[in-house]
Design a protein around this ligand. Structure first.
Ligand code: ZN
Length: 314
């Protein structure tokens, strides 16, 4: 029905989008080790991305996927509502939603963890390609960064968002003592195609000693070489090797793509991160929204018209 309306009234070049129909996947939670199901459903205009914990029936089970609802960033991005209902390891699915251009969706999970799949966003992108998206009869808005905003933690690790002419670019660098990682840097401009080609397949990674510590605390029970790169000293334990030599920094970029979608809309800006993680990404968004001089919410159709006009004049 929504699709039919938008075909008759193609008023907007860039519309909000939702799933054509419902689709689901089954996997394991990386920490609980429990099997969990995630299903994606169409949602009306201006819903945004909303998680629903379908196993919770005695209290509010709805959790909007925006930066204000982040309750934990230690090992992943975990969203939670006021009733204490949470959904964790949301960053990879958020990255796939962002890159695929999904504006509105209900995402049902039957437990506290999003399935880890293969540790990357590849399966989610594939799923969204299979189900397809429909255009909705409403313009898409974006968060345009108007001046540089940074966040630096007490160890000097920092992230920033600066103004950009168009789109969202990423510059990420990491430094690890393990020689297989070492210093890695990547730059990337977000689009569905570039995400699929350069970022979506990059798996999460951890150091062997971290896993041993997490297991001693009863965590990482679902973690295995099937869903993470495990670094042991200067080499990796995965027999199949790396998917590419920059897989580590590309995965950090994947996490940042997902975390920045907590803005609730696409961003027009330039992101820079150095050794940073989920905590920094979330704090950066909080910093942006603290002051209305930092940003402007633009209708992407008007923004593109203006950009085209400027190019014509130039
Ligand atoms: Zn990740």
């Amino acid at each position: 029905m929504i699709a039919d309306i938008s075909r008759i009234l193609p008023e907007y070049k860039i519309c909000q989008k939702t799933f054509r129909s419902s689709i689901f996947a089954v996997g394991v939670g990386v920490h609980s080790g429990a099997k969990s199901k995630i299903s994606f459903h169409p949602a009306p205009i201006d819903t945004g991305i909303v998680f629903r914990r379908v196993d919770v029936t005695d209290k509010n089970n709805i959790i909007p996927a925006t930066y204000e609802y982040i309750v934990d960033t230690k090992m992943c991005s975990c969203f939670g509502n006021k009733e204490g209902v949470t959904v964790s390891t949301a960053e990879h699915v958020m990255a796939a939603l962002s890159a695929s251009g999904v504006s509105n969706a209900y995402i049902d999970v039957d437990g506290p963890e999003i399935p880890i799949m293969d540790g990357s966003a590849r399966d989610f992108v594939f799923l969204f390609d299979c189900v397809g998206l429909i255009e909705q009869d409403a313009p898409l808005k974006a968060l345009k960064i108007k001046r540089k905003v940074s966040f630096t933690d007490d160890k000097g690790v920092s992230v920033s968002l600066s103004p950009a002419q168009e789109g969202l670019t990423f510059n990420f660098s990491i430094d690890f003592p393990a020689r297989i990682i070492g210093h890695q840097e990547t730059t990337f401009m977000l689009s569905k195609d570039s995400f699929k080609k350069e970022i979506a397949y990059a798996r999460t990674f951890c150091l062997l000693q971290e896993i041993e510590y997490l297991r001693s605390m009863g965590l990482a029970r679902g973690g295995s070489l099937d869903n993470a790169i495990v670094v042991n000293g200067d080499s990796i334990m995965n027999p199949e090797g790396l998917r590419d030599e920059l897989e580590f920094v590309r995965h950090k970029t994947l996490d940042a793509v997902g975390d920045l979608y907590q803005a609730g809309m696409p961003i027009i800006g330039a992101f820079k991160g150095n050794k940073s993680g989920h905590y920094h990404n979330n704090m950066l968004l909080k910093e942006v929204f603290k002051n209305t001089s930092n940003y402007e919410i633009v209708d992407l159709n008007n923004f593109i018209k203006e950009t085209e006009k400027n190019i014509a004049v130039a």
